[in-house]
Design a protein around this ligand. Structure first.
Ligand code: GLC
Length: 559
């Protein structure tokens, strides 16, 4: 790590009132796997607080925390039983306040995850709905329906859960007889709210205010495309090869309904009444960038994850196209483009970019998956992909552990797997555990410094010592040093606020552009290409000649 990197990383983040989210690098913390202060094998909020200095040195602007609210953890916290409290697994509200204050003291903003599409079946409202019976106002907060068939023994429609199996579960009524069915687009422990019910809307306004009043800088909104369902809940069969969140289909009765946007217009107003540029980021898995951009029209959310970018193959033409379209389409509605390569739902990009078989979103990879990645190739491409991404104007999301070059963990034993996808598909889909394995902080010590007890909710691979943060921090050539340099240079050169100009005639297998005084060249082809003139600022791999080798990205200060 160079002195320059450290100095630049300690510079203050964007000032308040400057729409910081337009250019921010936002680091996703998956709390259960980040750092475990109390040694129970699950990461927690005090663990986050303890490592904020490491994130400051890395040079990020903000953190987004996946859910830490009260939850039975059937879907790793995306099944919320109380939206306004911290699950004891992760600490207390005081721990949250301390973490928030410590982050702000370091100039790091904090975004929390909001899960509005569904609650946990342990939520007080759902329990009340079960008790109250058909036709009650309690049931009207969720999507209860009578079944089809002579005795209501068939689900109300044919929808399938994102995690596999039917999207409906039948309840037993108070008199002990089989009764109504409720909709759950995800696990049966995650009943969907009825967002046409004003009570639901009022409750979420209260929840938003609860966290805004505590001082959060914004929300990442879970399944932001799913809240509204087509009237009448018509049957729908997704194509067999679609990703878990809907694939390429445009007219899905539960994704991207036009009415959903009213909810975010309301939330936009609510956030705007607060000081300090609070922001909303949509997790909307829509098939095209144009559709995704609907979530960031001027009176709606501020950012939307760019999943078409994440899903792009390692192919120069595809990337040029998706970058171009992203910048153009988001700019047309006045929003920044975002960029993302990894998160807690997809195969880590250090493995994904070297997969040789199709891998739909959410399916994961395991011991029996076809086309398994070659680790060295995957890491090389991941470093090149990130070096390319962090030169792009707009806001970028990083997922914890990618700065260490962590691969997807493929060999998790079957009996250690925890993702509901694994259970609901009878082991047919491995699901997402492979990208959720607890982080290695130190090469020595139990659980690589994740905690001091050695407990770990998912087993860590035996060969992770060389990927530990302390090892990488001492190594100039490590992925951590690369990320630290990239973030420092991105900040110093204000690349997030820059604009992109394509370099003409760069070659079919090359992605090459200028952003400010930086020329970026990424070689995705088989053969080396000439290195453009100028001083090399950073390269994703060491350069041995005046060429850019395959699967390498270089930043050059133009003459
Ligand atoms: C989102 C989350 C994912 C979760 C699902 C249901 O896609 O990112 O982890 O399982 O929503 O809440």
């Amino acid at each position: 790590m160079t002195t320059t990197a450290l100095e630049d990383a300690s510079a203050p983040p964007t000032a308040p009132g400057t729409e910081w989210w337009r250019t921010a690098v936002i680091y996703q913390i998956y709390p259960r796997s980040f750092a475990d202060a109390n040694g129970d094998g699950v990461g927690d909020l005090p663990g986050v607080t303890a490592h904020l200095d490491d994130l400051k040195i890395l040079g990020i602007d903000a953190i987004w925390l996946s859910p830490f609210m009260t939850s039975p953890q059937r879907d790793a916290g995306y099944d919320v039983a109380d939206y306004c409290d911290v699950d004891p697994l992760f600490g207390t509200l005081d721990d949250f306040d301390r973490m928030l204050q410590a982050a702000h003291a370091r100039g790091i903003r904090v975004i929390v995850d909001l899960v509005p599409n569904h609650s946990s079946d342990q939520h007080a409202w759902f329990q009340a709905a079960l008790a109250a019976g058909p036709g009650s106002p309690e049931r009207a907060r969720y999507l209860f329906r009578d079944g089809r068939g002579e005795n209501g023994e068939l689900p109300p429609n044919n929808w399938e859960s994102v995690f596999g199996g039917p999207a409906w579960t039948r309840v037993t009524e108070a008199d002990g007889r089989p009764g109504q069915w409720y909709l759950h687009l995800f696990d049966s422990s995650q009943p969907d709210f009825d967002w046409t019910n004003p009570e639901v809307r009022a409750e979420f306004r209260r929840i938003l205010r609860f966290w805004l009043d505590r001082g959060v800088d914004g929300f990442r909104v879970d399944v932001a495309h799913g809240l509204m369902k087509a009237p009448g809940l018509p049957d729908y069969t997704p194509p067999a090869d679609s990703g878990s969140m809907g694939g390429d289909e445009t007219d899905v009765p539960y994704w991207g309904r036009p009415e959903v946007h009213d909810v975010y217009r309301e939330w936009h107003e609510l956030l705007a009444a607060y000081d300090g540029d609070r922001a909303l980021c949509a997790e909307a898995w829509m098939p095209t960038i144009a559709q995704t951009a609907l979530w960031v029209r001027p009176d709606e959310m501020h950012q939307a994850f760019n999943f078409p970018y994440l899903m792009s193959d390692w192919n120069a033409q595809t990337l040029r196209h998706v970058i171009d379209e992203s910048l153009r389409t988001f700019a047309a509605v006045g929003a920044p483009s975002t960029w993302v390569l990894s998160n807690h739902d997809v195969v880590r990009h250090a493995s994904r970019l070297a997969l040789t078989a199709e891998n739909p979103q959410g399916h994961g990879i395991g011991p029996n998956s076809p086309g398994k990645p070659i680790a060295e190739l995957g890491l090389r491409r991941a470093r090149a992909a990130t070096t390319l991404m962090l030169a792009l104007p707009g806001s970028a999301y990083l997922y914890q552990g990618e700065e260490l070059g962590l691969p997807e963990v493929i060999d998790i034993p079957d009996d250690a797997r925890q993702d509901p996808t694994w259970f609901r598909t009878g082991g047919e889909r491995y699901g997402r555990d492979g990208c959720r394995v607890p982080l290695p902080w130190t090469a020595d010590g139990p659980s690589y410094g994740f905690n001091t007890t050695g407990a770990s909710w998912l087993p860590q691979p035996a060969e992770w010592a060389h990927l530990a943060r302390d090892v990488e921090a001492r190594d100039e050539a490590s992925t951590l040093s690369l990320y630290t340099r990239l973030l420092a240079e991105r900040r110093a050169r204000a690349l997030g606020a820059g604009s992109l100009v394509w370099m003409p005639d760069a070659g079919a297998d090359v992605v090459a552009f200028r952003n400010g005084n930086v020329t970026v060249i990424a070689n995705l082809g088989d053969r080396p290409v000439p290195l453009p003139a100028g001083r090399v600022i950073v390269s994703s791999e060491p350069l041995e000649s005046d060429t850019v080798p395959r699967d390498v990205t270089v930043w050059i200060e133009a003459d």
